[in-house]
Design a protein around this ligand. Structure first.
Ligand code: S3P
Length: 171
């Protein structure tokens, strides 16, 4: 379908630091759509930061909140949505969001991910001694789930605007 007339949601997913939120905002502006970020929805709903949810309630609880958000979003259309990087590892979540939307995975090289996530200390999964090693092992564990998503754009060395236009060409 054409991105101008496509009525469903346009969903950006992919690993931390691949540019989902920045590119999502650009894409939403280009299309005159509203932008949603699943981490922000969870933070507003719980009154806590993602990092606080991880440390106080644990990752499992956070994944439960993600599932609730997925159910709600599967009833909507017309948004540009950036997911948390782990949300669509769950096949049920992928199925829910595919009902009313097209899912596009953003990729980036490991040095790019490392560079982009170093400036932000709010990611509990990368808050460790050797974040490069952590990135590599998380990516290895997630590769099959990410590979199951047919549409993708490599953002390495790309400006957000260019990535947004490439994503537009997919829709
Ligand atoms: C996570 C990614 C984060 C956030 C949480 C877990 C993940 O979102 O949902 O820290 O499992 O990859 P971003 O990808 O927006 O950093």
């Amino acid at each position: 379908p054409s991105s101008i007339t496509y009525p469903g949601n346009i969903i950006l997913t992919g690993f931390m630091g691949t540019g989902k939120s920045v590119v999502g905002k650009r894409l939403a502006a280009l299309l005159g759509r509203n932008f949603l970020d699943t981490d922000t929805i969870i933070e507003q709903g719980s009154g806590k930061s993602v990092a606080a949810i991880f440390s106080q309630e644990g990752e499992q609880c956070f994944r439960g909140y993600e599932k609730e958000v997925c159910r709600e979003l599967s009833e909507t259309r017309g948004f540009v949505i950036a997911t948390g990087g782990g949300m669509l590892l769950d096949p049920e979540n992928r199925k829910l969001l595919s009902r009313n939307g097209i899912i596009i995975r953003l990729d980036a090289s490991i040095p790019t991910i490392l560079h982009r996530t170093q400036r932000h200390q709010h990611r509990p999964l990368l808050n460790c001694e050797d974040s490069e090693q952590r990135i590599k092992s998380l990516l290895a564990g997630r590769s099959a789930a990410y590979a199951s998503l047919p549409f993708h754009v490599d953002t390495t060395g790309m400006e957000p605007d260019e990535t947004a236009h490439r994503a537009l060409n997919i829709v």
